[in-house]
Design a protein around this ligand. Structure first.
Ligand code: ASP
Length: 345
């Protein structure tokens, strides 16, 4: 069994009250491999000042990937996580943080969101994103947008400037015109890797070996004790007929409630929609008092088929769950105790 890549830097953080240093002893990260069960990573129980987790999509990544590829994932996740920590450390709010880190991931062609989004059946790109504020339950989403550089920011504007939750297709583009968000042409989203994967699918050859789907998500807890969640994706390779997955569906791919948890999902969207995964996990925390990892594991194990995907979730005490039933889910987590870890398998 190979060992997960884990990086930790310890930077003690004092509470605002200045009185107590919170020391959390965390279990050593266990190596996880195989695909048979949801793979958790450590949670904490103490009230933390801030915390953040991100994911880069659940799927298959061979442990034999090249060093360059592995390093690319690790560096990308580390940079994004560092930015999130900087913002939260400085007192930034959870909503701003999840939006900012998702914009970074949307701009990175490594991930299936924004630049580097997968190809649909027609050889184009249709992007979905959603964001939710755990304090107020305010939320916004866009689906099937084709010219918006950072769909997560348009989703936030849906939340803040309209009475609606989800805008789709041409209507969302008209809304984008009115907001002045950055626009691009379809060529901007091109990446050779996604193009090759699409051609392979079209030719009905086997799925690419490195088939992590690459959706991105983030959950954060800020110093005011509020959580937020965000998810952004290009969806599934070769999707047709205006197909929309779970990522822009509040309660399926994204949910946030201070009373429950903030959660972002990745995987086979139809499965996550059918099972209202994000909402169910949050409700198990809120109504049944489950810790967030048990809640996430319970929903994944009892409701989802093997190889469906995974979630990252976070409660207002700073407990983080990163659970998946696929071979891999590039992910990273950090908090105010100095926890800072980047993991792939
Ligand atoms: N959940 C996304 C969708 O179904 C894809 C993914 O997360 O890989 O659109």
């Amino acid at each position: 069994m190979s060992v997960e890549m884990t990086r930790r830097t310890f930077r003690p953080c004092w509470c605002a009250a200045g009185a107590f240093l919170i020391v959390v002893v965390m279990a050593a990260g266990c190596a996880k491999s195989g695909t048979e069960s949801a793979a958790p990573t450590s949670t904490t129980k103490t009230q933390l000042d801030y915390a953040i987790a991100i994911h880069g999509g659940a799927g298959t990544i061979s442990k034999d990937i090249s060093v360059e590829r592995r390093t690319a994932y690790e560096n990308a996740l580390e940079n994004v996580l560092r930015r999130g920590v900087e913002m939260l450390e400085a007192g930034g709010d959870a909503l701003d943080t999840v939006e900012a880190v998702l914009r970074m991931m949307e701009d990175d062609p490594l991930f299936n969101a924004g630049k580097g989004a997968v190809f649909n059946h027609e050889g184009g790109h249709e992007l979905d994103a959603s964001i939710m504020d755990g304090e107020t339950l305010a939320c916004g989403a866009v689906a099937g947008v084709t010219t918006v550089k950072n769909p997560i920011s348009l989703a936030r504007l849906v939340m803040e400037r309209t009475p609606h939750v989800l805008l789709a297709g041409p209507g969302a583009e008209v809304f984008a015109d009115e907001t002045g968000v950055d626009r691009v042409d379809q060529e901007y989203f091109f990446s050779q890797r996604r193009y090759d994967a699409w051609r392979k699918t079209l030719e009905k050859k086997s799925e690419a070996k490195d088939a992590v789907r690459g959706t991105v998500g983030a959950v954060a807890l800020d110093r005011d004790g509020h959580v937020a969640a965000a998810t952004s994706t290009g969806g599934l390779t070769n999707k047709r007929f205006g197909r929309i997955g779970d990522s822009p569906v509040i309660g399926a791919g994204t949910y946030a409630s201070d009373a429950g948890c903030a959660i972002s999902a990745t995987g086979k969207g139809e499965e996550f929609i059918r099972n209202a995964v994000a909402f169910q996990v949050s409700m198990l925390v809120e109504l049944q008092g489950l810790d967030v990892e048990s809640a996430a594991r319970q929903v994944l194990e009892s409701r989802l088929e093997p190889e469906s995907g995974g979630v990252i979730a976070l409660t207002t005490d700073g407990s983080i769950a990163m659970t998946f039933n696929t071979q891999a889910m590039p992910r990273a987590a950090a908090d105010s105790t100095g926890r800072f870890e980047v993991l792939i398998w």
